[in-house]
Design a protein around this ligand. Structure first.
Ligand code: DGL
Length: 269
């Protein structure tokens, strides 16, 4: 395969309805330390969880067009809800590769000892057929219980990881899964890994929490290696940050979630 120099230095686009995708970007940056990334937080339209499929597709298209215009060679849809609603549309309408999120139902089913698995996700993700198909395909004899979590994404977007309101929501959403005997809980939204420690406290040491950030990063790294090898700029991971909401808000909460501060530009779409 001929490798174009322009492509080797081209960025990987990563987007989410907000800051949840940072949990995926973290894994991507670990696996691909020499790549450039553009991260788009579509915070002006967050949460996707309460939106119709058509609305989510419209936003996924707007963000994809923006990322392609900035030279993206691969796009990671770092949002379970957008993946479920829009990734098939994106793959059918664009020629570049999209890596999407898939809630970790398959590994959860393999891990459970109690025969009960819980899935925490947004309402829109749970309403999508893609997740139902995933459960149908992998559950076998395991009981898979799904729990929508309205309000949780908004708490994380505000940077309220440990407020009493967040703790109350977490207890309300996690308890029914524990009562049903779940010993594995799937974090089916990319925002939720930021609450992992709080959920673990409620669930106790016998319950395993799993997400798909690492698996998605592995898939993206594999696609990049297939296309061009890991040839890239020498300066280490470089990230450009955009938000369709308030850049100042993203800078404030993003620094808290990412662990260091960065400069955010306004998304023009
Ligand atoms: N991080 C998104 C996900 O993985 C949150 C969706 C939302 O905005 O409701 O589903």
């Amino acid at each position: 395969m001929t490798i174009s120099v322009a492509e080797t230095g081209a960025p990987i686009g990563v987007f989410d309805s907000g800051l949840g995708g940072l949990s995926v970007l973290r894994e991507l940056a670990k696996k691909l330390p020499l790549q450039k990334f553009i991260y788009v937080a579509d915070s002006g339209y967050c949460p996707y969880g309460g939106k119709s499929q058509d609305e989510i597709i419209a936003r996924a298209v707007a963000v994809t067009d923006f990322l392609i215009a900035r030279g993206a060679k691969l796009i990671v849809v770092a949002c379970n809800t957008a993946t479920i609603a829009a990734v098939e549309y994106l793959r059918a309408n664009y020629s570049l590769n999209f890596v999407g999120m898939e809630p970790a139902v398959k590994p959860a089913v393999a891990l459970t000892q109690s025969g009960v698995v819980g899935v925490l996700a947004t309402g829109a993700a749970l309403a999508g057929e893609k997740l139902l198909r995933l459960i149908d395909r992998h559950a076998g004899n395991v009981r898979v219980i799904t729990q929508p979590c309205p309000g949780l994404v908004e708490q994380i977007e505000r940077g309220e990881l440990d407020s009493s309101a967040t703790r109350e929501l977490l207890a309300r959403y996690t308890q029914p899964l524990l009562d049903a005997g779940a010993d594995v809980i799937v974090l089916g939204c990319t925002h939720y890994p930021f609450l992992r420690e709080r959920i673990a406290k409620i669930a106790g040491p016998k319950v395993q929490l799993i997400d798909t950030g690492e698996a998605v990063a592995r898939r993206a790294a594999q696609l990049i290696a297939e296309r061009s090898g890991q040839i890239a700029p020498p300066a280490g991971t470089a990230i450009e940050w955009f938000s369709s909401g308030s850049p100042a808000q993203m800078q404030r909460v993003g620094a808290q979630l990412w662990g260091e501060s960065f400069r955010v530009m306004a998304l023009p779409v």
